[in-house]
Design a protein around this ligand. Sequence first.
Ligand code: SF4
Length: 380
Amino acid sequence: MKLEFQEYEPQRIVNVHKHVDGPWFWGKYTAHPYIGCRSGCDFCYLRGSRYLGRRDPDSFDTLIQVKTNAVHLLRKELPRLDREVIACGDWQQPTEDRYRLSRGMLEVVLEQGFPLFIIERSPLLTRDLDLLIEINRKTWVGVLYSISSLDPALKRTFEPRSPGVQRRFKAMEQLAHAGIMVGTSMMPIFPFVGDDEEQMEEVVRATKDHGGTCVLGGGLTMDGAQAEWTLEAVKRLDPRWEPHWREFYNWEVGEKPKQNPPGAFNSRIGLTLRELCDRHGLLDRMPRYIAPGPLSINKRIAERLFLRTYDLELEGASSSRIWAYRRAAWTVDEHQENIGALYHDRDEDGLRELPAIGNRLAGLIANWIRELEETPVEHR
Ligand code: SF4
């Protein structure tokens, strides 16, 4: 397949998100040196998203846009930002052999002392292990390898050109030996063809065997052009799955599918994964990096509130209840004064004056503040 490169110089490189993406990857920023990916996985959500701009989604894996000033921009933009986690994904593609922008960006992340989260399919990440070790020593690095399944038929069907799964596990092991927090992002989990407990347990077991700490799972979403590509792929696997997927995503021919799988499906795979992770001594959420300092207690309390939103989703709680915790998590995470001090000055009244914190949440947060203050920092 012929690959075309298009160089350009954008105005900015860092996307600053409104909130951290707790309780998933805890990133506040994202930055992409390349747009497009030669692996061209059929389910890749980037095909259907704003990330491609007005580009033809069909060129996603043949035309790679290269932000040649990515390193320069990153060096200019990071000093203006709070030291929150930068999340990046699939930086290590063949384009990197030619441009080495990802490595240049890692050097800037190290210089500026930012924590880094990477979600990746390529074992080539280990060629930058020297820099990752340095960043991890200075702040923190977390890496999740994307692995949906160990079934070779699913790999061939949905991501025929991505790097082999066993090579990803080998890279995971190498990173773990270097002291880097690693795990698996089991996303997307394919309904009907890749969602049974046995398939999920194979991934959890292999993660454990290769030094992983956690496995996060999520069902396949369907969005724009990506939805059509993924449906075509499952039809190649077995055309009999088409009507099941159409019904599952409430998708009439000629119409758009529902973007998310049904809540009951997400709960089932989330609860199954939680049980499997317990069985193998892993976590089903990624531990959050929190920098030491006066606001660390806010971040720790916010982490608990975010984790509670996930538990409520798995329990099938009402969306208003989930939103109450999510809004409270944002409030506490973004509050610019130490909420422990606020509580000691003004008791729960002070907490209740914060946006989205009512009586019940103020009581809960007060308990957590007391509990955290009694816990030695290294065990929080
Ligand atoms: S490797 Fe990652 S970015 Fe590339 S197509 Fe596959 S899912 Fe998308």
